[in-house]
Design a binder for this molecule. Structure first.
Ligand code: NAP
Ligand code: G4F
Length: 333
């Protein structure tokens, strides 16, 4: 007898993590339903290779009825809420929109689950940005939050509403406090991808400088492909919970630049220019996570080292810029 495949709904499937999680679940024989918001252009750049294996359904975190409708129609066993306005810099210029999706959007999904089927297991994409001006090093599940951006504040709300619905209504709702995770699929506006793409453009003669903000900020950077496994593991536990997912190492933006430029045979000091436009009204200076609980309870650990991540991203962008050049395509940034 063959068993019925599990069905999972991913919000934010068109984003970096959505694409890796979809791959991960498909490899485990899940049926994957991906919620996509309406836009005037198709946005499946990260999903091209999976497109015919995913069922795309329309919906938006700003619209509760769309969420109820798609849960009723598709009846997933697991919901991964990855959708959000996720760029910290934009949250300063669009704080209300950020709160609508990144904070209230979580309540809308949780309410839809509560009304349609409270046995659905729920994953919330919480963030190390919640630790902000850190009060403890390294940061763990019990470290108090001190967010430093409208995005961070919205994520604190999303985190606590997840805990609250778990405690109030008995939902299997878990929150992954993920530290920064990157890849060749990272949006071009985030610093790591901006650097790897910038290196590729400079190496291939399309630019001479790369303009950045604060080079001293430190982050605990991991590889996105490793982190989606931790999301899935949380929903396979008998009990829901909150988990820090991190490497336990921290590096500065300057170090990222040093390694990325060096990998292409360049010296970052010849090309990086600091520009006020990329500094933030309030900065998160240092993030470094303690992933002990994830290791002990979930059996999860990161596989990709920091130098491997940097090299992988630079190699991928060299390839991308070369192939765009061959096709006479304009640079993407
Ligand atoms: P991302 O690449 O920016 O993707 C965000 C996704 O959310 C996109 O699919 C986007 O759709 C979708 N979205 C935005 N607003 C929406 C709305 N109103 N309704 C429906 N969908 C909406 O982000 P990511 O890096 O994959 O991160 C995934 C999640 O993890 C986010 O919640 C992020 O805040 C959180 N997180 C990320 C990190 C990290 O380092 N990557 C760390 C901690 C937490 P479009 O394609 O249509 O824009
Ligand atoms: O790459 P970033 O924009 O990521 P940030 O702000 O840490 O947020 C990311 O990680 C969070 C987890 O902690 C996620 F929740 C969030 O969704 C997102 O994925 O900036 C990293 C650091 C910052 O300190 C920033 O000030 O790099 C610094 N930086 C310096 N120059 C820059 C730049 N950041 C960007 N984006 N662009 C610059 O030119």
């Amino acid at each position: 007898m063959t068993s019925t495949p599990k069905r999972a709904l991913i919000t934010g499937i068109t984003g970096q993590d959505g694409s890796y999680l979809a791959e991960f679940l498909l490899a485990r024989d899940y049926e994957v339903v991906g919620m996509v918001r309406r836009s005037s252009t198709v946005n499946f750049e990260r999903l091209g290779h999976l497109q015919d294996r995913i069922e795309f359904v329309p919906g938006d975190l700003l619209d509760e009825v769309s969420l109820i409708h798609l849960l009723r129609t598709h009846r997933p066993a697991e919901v991964y809420n990855l959708a959000a306005q996720s760029f910290v810099q934009t949250s300063f210029s669009q704080p209300v929109l950020t709160a609508e999706s990144t904070a209230l959007g979580v309540t809308r999904v949780l309410d839809a689950i509560r009304f349609v089927d409270p046995t659905i297991r729920f994953y919330q994409a919480s963030s190390s940005e919640m630790f902000g001006k850190v009060v403890e090093v390294p940061q763990r599940e019990s470290t108090p939050f001190y967010p430093r951006s409208p995005y961070g504040v919205a994520k604190v709300y999303g985190h606590w509403i997840t805990v609250n619905y778990r405690e109030s209504y008995g939902l299997h709702a878990s929150s992954g406090i993920l530290f920064n995770h990157e890849s060749e699929r990272r949006g071009l506006e985030f610093v790591t991808r901006k650097i790897s793409y910038g290196v590729a453009k400079i190496k291939l003669g399309l630019a001479d400088e790369l303009r950045l903000g604060n080079l001293e900020a430190q982050r605990d950077w991991g590889y996105a492909g490793d982190y989606v496994e931790a999301m899935w593991l949380m929903l396979q536990q008998d009990e829901p919970g909150d988990y820090v997912v991190a490497t336990g190492e921290t590096h500065s933006v300057r170090e990222f630049c040093e390694l990325a430029f060096a990998h292409a045979g360049l010296d970052y000091r010849d090309h990086v220019v600091q520009d006020e436009r990329f500094f933030r009204p309030a900065e998160v200076d240092l993030l470094v996570g303690d992933p002990s609980k994830a290791r002990q309870v979930l059996g999860w650990q990161p596989r990709t080292s920091f130098p491997e991540l940097v090299q992988q991203m630079v190699d991928a962008d060299l390839e991308l810029v070369r192939s765009d050049l061959e096709r006479h395509r304009a640079p993407r940034l």
